[in-house]
Design a protein around this ligand. Structure first.
Ligand SMILES: C[S@@+](CC[C@H](N)C(=O)[O-])C[C@H]1O[C@@H](n2cnc3c(N)ncnc32)[C@H](O)[C@@H]1O
Length: 266
């Protein structure tokens, strides 16, 4: 689904937003957010000064992180007016010492002009991004050629355009995440998963790494730009995967969990 305008046309302002908001309030999601916040907290010895939650939704993770990083400024970016309104409501339950350090910005993503080079930590959690029109315009010709080669290798001819477009969207978002970060900053991605990272097949790993900006190998003689290096990954079993099952009705999306990948901006 592509959208060009902000406002009421954006799916996360309608039924999908209400569906998502209700899900984030259940025990399964609360437990997952707590675990993710603890994982991030435990990964740091020197605290991040600026934290960006990219597509932050109702701000569940930012609220938890504000307590765990008492000196950080926290910024939540999202395109949903409804979910950001819920996020601001969440702030009321926090001590003032936490809530005053959190800011929410309503914006379509990717947005290459926002928080440029300021973040020490960028988080991208449970993404289910609505494709932005012309996201691929942010990519180099090399990136678009690699996306084409990978899509042709991956699918039948009929599927290739959709795979290419998905790869370009994902890569444009990773570029945006990289641009929000300082060099050496950390990006934490939390993605629905049915297997651990090391269980991905080589072609799957190539697709994932290209999209996240960590692919350090040539594709058909073209070298992609390296934006991130993978530092660690951890897999947690969780019923959050049912978020995916509710949308796909695919039995394979019933059992699994989420994968946390920690990347360093190079
Ligand atoms: C599945 S929710 C995840 C929210 C949050 N990261 C969390 O873990 O609770 C996906 C979020 O991405 C936002 N989003 C999706 N596509 C977007 C886009 N193109 N621009 C801005 N926000 C977008 C939605 O509004 C929604 O808040």
């Amino acid at each position: 689904m592509k959208y060009a305008k902000e406002g009421k046309d954006f799916p996360y302002n309608g039924m999908i937003a209400r569906w998502w908001f209700e899900r984030t309030c259940d025990r399964v999601h609360e437990r997952a957010y707590r675990k993710i916040a603890e994982f991030i907290r435990d990964s740091y010895t020197q605290d991040p000064k600026v934290i960006v939650d990219y597509a932050c939704g109702a701000g569940n993770l930012l609220s938890l992180l504000s307590r765990r990083f008492p000196n950080a400024k926290l910024v939540g970016l999202d395109g949903s007016e409804f979910l950001l309104r819920m996020a601001r409501q969440h702030l009321k339950a926090l001590p003032l010492a936490c809530s005053w350090r959190i800011n929410f910005i309503e914006t379509p993503l990717p947005n290459m002009d926002i928080v440029r080079g300021q973040a020490d930590l960028a988080i991208f959690c449970f993404p289910n991004m609505v494709a932005a029109s012309a996201a691929e315009q942010h990519l180099s010709r090399n990136d678009r050629n690699i996306a084409r080669c990978l899509s042709l290798a991956e699918g039948e001819d009929d599927d290739a355009p959709a795979i290419k477009s998905g790869l370009e969207q994902g890569r444009a978002i990773s570029l945006n995440l990289r641009r929000t970060l300082k060099r050496g900053g950390i990006c934490v991605r939390v993605e629905y998963a049915t297997v651990q990272r090391h269980e991905l097949s080589p072609p799957e790993l190539t697709l994932v790494s290209f999209e996240e900006g960590s692919l350090d190998a040539r594709v058909e003689g073209i070298t992609p730009r390296l934006w991130f290096r993978v530092l660690a990954s951890a897999y947690f079993r969780s019923r959050v995967l049912e978020d995916v099952y509710e949308q796909t009705a695919d039995e394979r999306d019933k059992s699994g969990g989420y994968l946390i990948t920690v990347l360093k901006a190079v």
